[in-house]
Design a protein around this ligand. Structure first.
Ligand SMILES: N[C@@H](CCC(=O)N[C@@H](CS)C(=O)NCC(=O)O)C(=O)O
Length: 309
């Protein structure tokens, strides 16, 4: 199989979710660092405009969103599973809650001036301003939460998570780790990074021990790769073909039609291409890029909108 090339940056919670899955599954991967703010020309050459972090590349196939990336890693390395059979539905649903509700509550809580340098590093006032402007543009009209609201909500979420671990359960849904643990973990990891505010976790001692246990999975084996080399890999590879797979049409859009795929929540950058894959859980478009050549860009159905052009 082609190398797993992971486009990410250090202090990105969703990247940490996937790095830890690499460790859980003992996978080797290539690490490409991307900028945390726009522009990201080497990344968008691959994705066709999708700017969020992280992105997984396998040859000329580009996978957006960590929910889909987790599914891809499960296909590559089925054991240990992220979706133990008897808790698959629960774990996916809890993960979806953590990646949206818990994540945005943590973001609203940690982005207080006292913790900013711990999350963003030593930025100049100009760089800080540029970061704020980038995120404001990315979030558009998405609702904002006040620090007070975030603090109260976070306390209640921590109480619930602590309750899930009561009685010495090793993982949130029982004896086995699942995708839910990884989605909750990246939020707790970001909270811990915000050192001056991290003592809110003291109310959840079981959750703190669980986080330490999760961290032990590590990040697998990684090797640095330059962004230009990742583009060369895409140019030289042929994307996978999906012509033999059943095409699940829920939109009145046929295989091969020109479409856009856009996130439904924030960073609403449409990716345009020919629809080559439509399964119960995933879409993919084929597009040709001046630098990356012919690539296929994949998205999960959940959280994305498909439109015919
Ligand atoms: N649902 C997405 C969320 C990804 C996300 O919001 N990532 C943050 C960084 S952790 C982001 O993209 N921030 C803006 C950026 O990096 O440009 C996923 O699971 O991958």
């Amino acid at each position: 199989m082609a190398d797993l090339i992971f486009h990410h940056y250090q202090n990105s919670p969703f990247s940490e979710k996937v790095r830890l899955i690499f460790g859980f599954k003992k996978l080797a991967w290539k690490s490409v660092f991307i900028p945390p703010v726009m522009p990201k020309p080497n990344l968008t050459a691959l994705t066709g405009g999708y700017r969020r972090t992280p992105v997984l590349q396998v040859g000329a196939d580009i996978y957006c969103d960590t929910a889909l990336i987790a599914d891809v890693l499960e296909r590559v390395a089925p054991t240990p599973s992220l979706y133990p059979l008897e808790i698959e539905g629960q774990s996916r649903t809890l993960a979806q809650w953590a990646d949206a509700t818990l994540f945005w509550t943590v973001i609203a809580y940690v982005f207080q001036p006292v913790a900013m340098p711990y999350l963003l590093g030593p930025l100049t006032p100009e760089q800080m301003k540029a970061f704020g402007a980038d995120r404001a543009a990315m979030r558009g009209n998405a609702p904002r939460m006040s620090v007070g609201e975030a603090t109260g909500s976070l306390r209640e979420y921590l109480r619930r998570l602590e309750n899930m671990l009561a009685g010495g359960k090793p993982f949130l849904l029982g004896a086995q780790a699942s995708i839910a643990d990884f989605s909750v973990y990246h939020c707790v990891w970001f909270l811990q990074l915000a050192q001056p505010l991290a003592d809110i976790l003291d109310m959840a001692p079981n959750l703190k021990s669980w986080a330490a246990r999760m961290a032990e999975f590590g990040h697998g084996q990684s090797e640095k790769l330059r962004a230009e080399s990742a583009l060369e890999v895409a140019q030289e590879a042929a994307p996978a073909s999906f012509d033999d797979l059943p095409f699940v049409d829920t939109h009145g859009i046929a295989r091969g039609e020109t479409v856009t795929i856009t996130p439904t929540d924030y960073a609403l950058d449409p990716v345009e291409g020919r629809l080559v894959l439509s399964s119960d859980t995933e879409w993919a478009v084929s597009r040709t890029d001046a630098v990356a050549g012919e690539v296929v860009v994949h998205f999960p159905r959940l959280g994305f909108q498909l439109k015919k052009i």
